[in-house]
Design a protein around this ligand. Structure first.
Ligand code: ATP
Ligand code: MG
Length: 390
């Protein structure tokens, strides 16, 4: 048996790499319940024949606009089956930035024999309308990254789509969701805006630390062996991506950490597997910050670094005890509890560490869990020891 092949397929941590890629479509959208309810409210009348609904979704890169709108279209189609036939179509306008390309995508989705050229925009639109009527379908059209279309060709297509039933004895052919990273509302022409109504605007906030950890968790559960990615590691990933609020960053950190741990032959993902990537992302604290700290701040940080080299997090209580050990080592009298806390907060303000209030700390209200998502504790430790020797 060729022993050098032993590691292949061993899968110490990884079971299935697919959920770690961001092309993977999650089975449900995590932590956006309020936004989903808001969107559903804008579509309250869509079950009624003859009715159309509209929404504009905006939000930062990676705030879940695409995944939320796709899931909404699928959920809605299923929910209304037997009530109203919904034909949902998602067009990414970055890949199809002109009126004719967008219309072509729609027409092809409804009928793959639709000819590639030879019709004007309004002819294609009327063709789309007839097709939907014939099949008794209502179209939910999602124009994703619509700002690309708007910048190139203005709001003409939107205007025409909104008027698709005008001059006919019909209504409710098409519902529309526009998506953009920017505040497209302001770029749209007056007539289009008034047809959308400002109350139909869903602005997605950047994800919080906890939401990002939950998004990473959803994937970790499906991609890895139970127990190989701990809660603490997920928290660390949440913290390390929170400055962007971008789900892709959290997913990327998870993937890289899992791959690194797996390649290294580990059974579990360790904090250093995450930190290395957070550092590579360039959002790191400069080790020179150390020189600006006073002696006790340096000793507290050293105590924390020593523990975080092994563990993903340390409690404030342990940190204080470890600080006392460091004081002994350097033959300095430790500062009191209150001053210790003050210094801890200073270290946090300088982004050298992060802390969150523990859930399991009943009775001792102030217990904090300290992590270091943006530094390599080992590197900082060397620097601190060097600084303290002087
Ligand atoms: N709430 C969530 N639950 C599960 N996965 C999510 C969630 N939000 C985002 N994701 C995942 O994160 C990645 C980025 O999300 P998405 O593509 O929806 O962002 P976006 O806002 O459309 O970004 P962009 O502005 O770049 O188009 C995708 O892989 C998506 O599946
Ligand atoms: Mg998107």
């Amino acid at each position: 048996m060729a022993e050098y092949l032993n590691r292949i397929g061993a899968g110490l941590i990884l079971l299935d790499a697919a959920p770690l890629s961001y092309d993977w479509v999650p089975p449900n959208v995590v932590g956006r319940e309020e936004d989903q309810e808001h969107l559903a409210a804008m579509f309250a009348s869509i079950a009624t024949p003859g009715m159309s609904c509209r929404a504009v979704i905006t939000g930062n890169v990676g705030s879940g606009k695409t995944v939320l709108s796709r899931a909404f279209a699928d959920d809605l189609t299923r929910h209304l089956s037997g009530v109203r036939a919904i034909q949902s179509i998602h067009v990414n306008c970055r890949n199809h930035p002109t009126t004719s390309q967008v219309l072509q995508r729609i027409a092809k989705a409804l009928d793959d024999r639709h000819p590639d050229r030879g019709f004007s925009a309004s002819e294609v639109i009327q063709g789309i309308r007839r097709n939907l009527r014939t099949h008794n379908q209502h179209m939910l059209l999602i124009l994703d990254e619509v700002d690309h279309l708007m910048r190139r060709e203005g709001g003409d297509l939107l205007y025409q789509l909104l008027r698709i039933d005008e001059g006919r004895d019909e209504a409710g052919t098409l519902s529309l969701i526009l998506i953009s990273q920017e505040q497209v509302l302001d770029q749209l022409e007056g007539a289009v805006i008034s047809r959308f109504g400002r109350s139909n605007h869903l602005a997605l906030k950047p994800y919080s630390e906890t939401q990002l950890a939950a998004i990473a968790s959803q994937r970790a559960v499906l991609a890895t062996r139970t127990g190989s990615v701990s809660e603490e590691i997920l928290t660390l990933i949440g913290q390390a991506s929170a400055d962007t609020g971008d789900a892709r960053v959290a997913i990327e950190l998870l993937e890289a950490a899992v791959m690194r741990a797996e390649k290294g032959g580990f059974q579990e993902v360790a904090a250093s597997h995450v930190q290395r990537d957070a550092v590579a992302r360039g959002r790191v604290v400069e080790p020179s910050v150390v020189d600006e700290l006073n002696q006790h701040e340096q000793m507290i940080l050293l105590a924390i670094c020593r523990r975080l080299r092994r563990d993903p997090e340390v409690t404030s209580g342990d940190a204080e005890r470890l600080y006392h050990v460091v004081c002994e080592e350097y033959e300095v009298k430790p500062r009191g509890h209150t001053t210790f806390w003050k210094y801890l907060k200073i270290l946090e303000t300088r982004s050298l560490m992060e802390s969150r209030t523990g859930t399991a700390s009943a009775g001792r209200g102030r217990t904090q869990h300290i992590t270091m998502p943006n530094s390599l504790p080992g590197q900082l430790e060397n620097r601190l020891e060097h600084a303290l020797k002087q």
